[in-house]
Ligand binder design. Sequence first.
Ligand code: DC
Length: 223
Amino acid sequence: MIIAIDGPSGAGKSTLGRMLARKLNLLYIDTGAMYRAAALAVIESGVSTTDEDAVADVVARARINLAGDPDSLQVLLDGRNVSNKIRTEEVSQTSSVISTIPAVRRALVARQREMGKRGSVVLEGRDIGTVVFPEADVKFFLTARPEDRAQRRYEEDRLRESNLTFDETLDDINTRDARDSTRADSPLRKADDAIVIDSTELSIEEVFAKMLSAIRERQGRDA
Ligand code: DC
């Protein structure tokens, strides 16, 4: 079984992806973390993000892996655990910038497809239901009002001792949403057959229940 979760930043994709993986015993693949690890490799290499060939070259050479269970997922770059390092504001913006480069996407999509073939999986990102696994069994598109997404992100960041204010967090979300949705290659877009869940007025548990019942309904149909 392949479950795809797409949507803008801060919509709850990671939390819900992890919850589904735990409940249904699925492999959890956070594709945003892969773009973030690629961005960290680019920052550390010192190449300019405007030099697309050089960026693509760095990303092609980077060994990006996800390890561990959903609740303690480790993101590895060339064998180093970079799980915390990829959560900075600089990496967030750089990941959004380099993910517009087609060669970067090709490299990471190939890797995601390879990982997805390991068994039953839940993948979350921006283009899972449209490009990476258009044949996914169940597709979700999670969204919420930008202010609510920024509030969640702001609270998460504070636990990591980030200094960003709420307004800066909202700005970051709006800038990335605009870039992620308007790029030419695989923009953030709802797949035609995706189930849309707007979590603005819902708790995480309510969204989780909706997702679970959609998956069970689908499993029932296939049985
Ligand atoms: O989900 P996230 O915020 O960790 O993702 C970081 C950036 O990576 C996001 O701004 C856009 C990019 N991304 C993408 O282009 N395609 C994906 N499938 C996942 C993330």
